[in-house]
Design a protein around this ligand. Structure first.
Ligand code: IMP
Ligand code: MG
Length: 180
């Protein structure tokens, strides 16, 4: 598994140090507010569990499952919600957690649907990684762990065809493993 990684971008200790800073900002910004965190599964699972344990607020946690990749390395352009219903966020502020901001389609679709159907007081996003690139859907995440180039990365929750999520670091997958 480790042999499939071309280059390590962020070691676990680097990630956790960055999460300390992100968590401090989230805690300061949402202090005294009713906060619901929505973790986008499966990619944000490890990120969410490390981040939220650093946020000393009485928040609520929900999860949302969406699919946009369908197993490849390019977003399919269609965002499918796996559940019909959304968390009840009436009168609450929502912070959506995702592993990575790439084309922007996933977070754009989630934020739009939440605003339209669940009508929370506010919707912001926190992503561990943001790719520096032209996005298909304009989307700004208020909190970004690290900016990276337009490369396909795995580990620390991020997968390629459901593999590599349990690597403790984030690295660039060797392109010959997915080039057709
Ligand atoms: P977007 O809708 O294109 O912004 O993509 C968001 C989703 O695509 C993320 O939640 C990831 O699951 C997946 N994704 C995008 N880029 C990568 C990558 O480099 N590695 C692994 N998954 C990725
Ligand atoms: Mg994925």
């Amino acid at each position: 598994m480790v042999g499939d990684i071309e280059r390590i971008l962020f070691q676990e200790r680097t990630i956790l140090r960055r999460l300390d800073a992100l968590a401090a900002r989230v805690a300061a910004d949402y202090q005294g507010r009713e906060l619901t965190v929505i973790a986008v599964l499966n990619g944000s699972l490890i990120f969410a569990s490390d981040l939220l344990r650093r946020v000393p607020l009485p928040l609520q946690l929900d999860c949302l499952s969406v699919a946009s990749y369908h197993g490849g390395t390019e977003s399919s352009g269609v965002v499918t919600f796996e559940q019909a219903s959304l968390p009840d966020v009436d009168g609450r502020h929502v912070l959506v957690l995702d592993d990575i901001l790439d084309s922007g389609r996933t977070l754009h679709a989630i934020a739009e649907r939440l605003r339209r159907e669940a009508k929370p007081l506010s919707v912001e996003a926190c992503v561990l990684l943001s790719k520096r690139k032209e996005r298909a859907e304009h989307f700004e995440a208020r909190y970004v762990g690290f900016e990276i180039g337009d490369e396909f990365v795995v580990g620390y929750g991020l997968d390629y065809q459901e593999r590599y999520r349990n690597l403790p670091f984030i690295g660039v997958l060797r392109p010959e493993l997915y080039a057709s």
